[in-house]
Design a protein around this ligand. Sequence first.
Ligand SMILES: *[C@@H]1O[C@H](CO)[C@@H](O)[C@H](O)[C@H]1NC(C)=O
Ligand SMILES: *[C@@H]1O[C@H](CO)[C@@H](O)[C@H](O)[C@H]1NC(C)=O
Ligand SMILES: *[C@@H]1O[C@H](CO)[C@@H](O)[C@H](O)[C@H]1NC(C)=O
Ligand SMILES: [Zn+2]
Length: 319
Amino acid sequence: MELPTCASAPFDHAKADVILRSADGVEFRVFTLFLSLASPFFETLFGLPQAPDGASDQEMKDGLAVIAMSEDSKTLDTFLRFCYPSTLAEDPSLDNLTEILSVLAAARKYSLDLIERKVCQALANPKVLETDPLRSFAIARNARLKHETVTAARYNLRQPLIPVLFAEINLITASDLLALVTYHKKCIISVQGLMKDLKWMTDHYGNRNGCNWLSSGAYNDYSGEYCNCGQGTDNRFFPWGSNPVAWWTTYMQEVYELLQDSPSGNTVKTAADRTIQKVRGANCSVCSGRVKENMTEFSDLLALKIDEAIAPIELEMDF
Ligand SMILES: *[C@@H]1O[C@H](CO)[C@@H](O)[C@H](O)[C@H]1NC(C)=O
Ligand SMILES: *[C@@H]1O[C@H](CO)[C@@H](O)[C@H](O)[C@H]1NC(C)=O
Ligand SMILES: *[C@@H]1O[C@H](CO)[C@@H](O)[C@H](O)[C@H]1NC(C)=O
Ligand SMILES: [Zn+2]
């Protein structure tokens, strides 16, 4: 058998009064007082009368009872840190949904109510939301956490309207899912207005000269060359009544389609990154050098307008 390893500080304290052994054999020396204060489960467990020496099959080590836990050392370490006072162990940062779920399961198993809430609050962590908005939504909704649920619904706008099957779908009801899809649909409709009327754009730049990078056939004073990117002909996207440069029209057409499914600022910023790469690769002496600055500014503006358009829309759900 492998020798058990000892957990790191503060779970290696010489004056600890019980040992918890994780499923993967790591021994955590902990104070029963902290665990009893955090959880009625532990309070009962540690309050049980001790059998006289030798009369029980309780495993002992260095005079301390050893309790075998079914959690692995990573999960145990995280939830013990939540149980300990913050002067001894800071609340651990949780930015991985798989880990959040294991700690949550342990918190529920040991009736650590306060910790359950704290763990769920990690669902509002952008790192978690960027990778798993839908799963975070389901877990937060199930825990009846309003802020986390609403934030997850907002991040989920980056995803398609109709979700694919996901692990935690059974944590929510059909009404919850309908509320999410309805919210998403309302956001799509609201954002469509920005693509149909470019007033936000003409207002921002003032006039054609305010965004001369948009004009096709521009001239480069230094190289003496003209832009050879061609003209866009889709007159849905003529902010000043004349043909803009073709790659911008292509960007707008692409974004128009994408926003019908994923009405989020992230959608237009990611599409802008693709356009920047494409234009740079085409080596236009006028556009290549400035496309990054100009399209970053433009897509930031559009993303801001999208945020403003969806801000008043509410997720209709009771908490
Ligand atoms: C989250 O943690 C699990 C287990 O520790 C790991 O397998 C997985 O790759 C991690 N996921 C991310 C997105 O980091
Ligand atoms: C752009 O320039 C690079 C390096 O000068 C060259 O390798 C590439 O083939 C050019 N691309 C086009 C589309 O002309
Ligand atoms: C476009 O980019 C150029 C060069 O990077 C910069 O000088 C110009 O101010 C930009 N125009 C706008 C409207 O952002
Ligand atoms: Zn060009």
